[in-house]
Write a protein that binds this ligand. Structure first.
Ligand SMILES: O=C[C@H](O)[C@H](O)COP(=O)(O)O
Ligand SMILES: C=C(OP(=O)(O)O)C(=O)O
Length: 451
């Protein structure tokens, strides 16, 4: 099929592209895309190859993937504090997983480019009016007026600029001392510290601190050791707006391969994963590690064809299959897929997105998810892997470092009446800092029992 046909950064344009905005002014769109095409790449190809090597370790069962961050990044909630708080919670979760499971955690943020949202409907009803749906700040504004929802190509350039600044700070934090293991206590936020999971984290942090002191007492240099003082946090987003992705696709001078330089890893969403569609066509040709969401309607035949199309050379770490079936469907739905992919010999990373199959509207009218469903989906995912003898390679979650009230449950037993307190997401509900740390401990237990 298409995987054998010639590919170019624009060959997706000959395919059907779902979920694309209806830009009203094509001249302005072309202008923005030209501007972006002349901008420097956001990432280097070599970093993508490094991530692919790490993910190859996940595929082989020797590491665990934590892919986490915002549902949709916001132009308005853009600040150093915001980036730092998100990084803090990712570092906390990663250290919990690494320490408790005993394998390296590969950290990939839904950050520095996660702006575009696919929607179930092109329109939203507001009173008697039907206005275009909000599709993420890279496209339009969430305010419920026709004018605000008009796609604006200037936003593509703003998304590029915000991604560049976010990545810049992320690199500074991860390589400049903030992520040093000796600061493990400092990653806890005040509102998390007082909670039971915050205290559990403090205990783990103290154990790590004691281990570091012990290493120093034995004469092992811990201070100048890059593997203890720096971390790699890679970036990722859904490659949804294909004009934007094409504008950032560059040929690597070292290998002659094409890379989508908007992020280290890109994924295809559940709504745009048709085998002959534009999103699969675009991503099959770039050298980045890529992901694809795997929803409850996925068949084994489809999945094998997808693997053949996206990873014909069967490179470990190239392809991550991110299941999102819902807590009730995952265990039975996943097992035949695990069997088929294993039989085909494709070396994939299996990751569990326990968020997108468990969204519902609460009586208050708020879109939400329950912490228990999130945990149940991961439990089913792990059980399916145990039954089939495969490695439950990672989790993919929507979270924020802030003290939001968007997902129900968790140790604070957040209920529907509290959702309005601090419901700040611009699209889907995210786990708050406490729920995220709690989840990391629970996942670590599940995986530790597995090994
Ligand atoms: O985040 C994912 C999707 O964009 C979102 O779940 C779609 O939501 P909708 O069903 O409200 O359009
Ligand atoms: C839209 C998303 O997920 P899905 O494609 O699985 O619905 C997402 O991860 O933001």
């Amino acid at each position: 099929m298409s995987s054998r046909e010639p590919w170019s950064p624009s060959s997706w344009q000959e395919r059907r592209a779902g979920q694309q905005p209806h830009w009203p002014d094509t001249g302005a769109l072309e202008g923005s895309l030209k501007t972006i095409a002349e901008m420097p790449p956001l990432i280097f190809a070599e970093e993508c190859r490094s991530l692919q090597t790490h993910l190859g370790q996940v595929a082989a069962g020797n590491a665990f993937l934590l892919q986490a961050g915002d549902c949709a990044e916001s132009f308005e909630e853009f600040s150093a504090d915001n980036i730092r708080e998100k990084l803090r919670v990712i570092l906390q979760m990663a250290i919990i997983l690494t320490y408790s499971v005993g394998v390296p955690t590969v950290k990939v943020g839904r950050m520095a480019g996660q702006f575009a949202k696919p929607r179930s409907s092109d329109f939203e009803k507001v009173g008697d009016l039907e206005i275009p749906s909000f599709r993420g700040h890279i496209v339009n504004d969430p305010t419920t007026t026709e004018a605000a929802r008009m796609p604006d190509p200037e936003r593509l350039v703003q998304a590029y600029n915000q991604s560049a600044s976010t990545l810049n700070l992320l690199r500074a934090f991860t390589k400049g001392g903030f992520a040093d293991l000796s600061r493990v206590h400092a990653w806890t936020q005040e509102f998390v510290a007082a909670s039971p999971q915050g205290q559990r984290y403090e205990q783990l942090a103290s154990e790590i601190e004691r281990a570091l002191s012990f290493m120093r007492a034995c004469g092992i240099e811990t201070e100048q050791n890059a593997s203890l003082s720096e971390v790699d946090v890679f970036t990722s987003h859904e490659a949804l707006i294909l004009g934007y992705e094409e504008a950032l696709t560059r040929k690597d001078s070292l290998t002659g391969e094409w890379y989508d330089c908007s992020a280290h890893m890109l994924w295809i969403g559940e709504r745009t994963r048709e085998l002959d569609g534009a999103h699969v066509e675009f991503l099959r040709g770039v050298g980045n590690p890529i992901g694809c969401k795997v929803g409850p309607t996925t068949t084994a035949e489809y999945l094998i064809e997808l693997c053949e199309t996206l990873n014909p050379s069967r490179i470990p770490g190239r392809l991550t299959l991110i299941t999102r079936m819902g807590a009730d469907k995952i265990e039975d739905g996943l097992r035949p897929l695990l069997r088929a992919v294993t039989d085909s010999g494709h070396p994939v990373v299996w990751a569990c997105d326990p968020m997108h199959g468990n969204t519902f509207t609460a009586p208050s009218g708020r879109k939400t998810r329950h912490f228990d469903d999130v945990l149940r989906e991961i439990g089913g995912f792990v059980r399916a892997h145990r039954a089939e003898g495969t490695w439950p390679g990672g989790i993919h979650v929507e979270l924020t470092g802030d003290d939001v009230t968007e997902c129900l449950g968790g140790s604070e037993e957040l209920d529907d009446t509290q959702l309005d307190d601090r419901y700040q997401t611009i699209c889907d509900p995210r786990l708050n800092g406490r729920q995220s740390v709690d989840l990391a401990f629970r996942v670590a237990e599940l995986i530790r029992d597995f090994t």
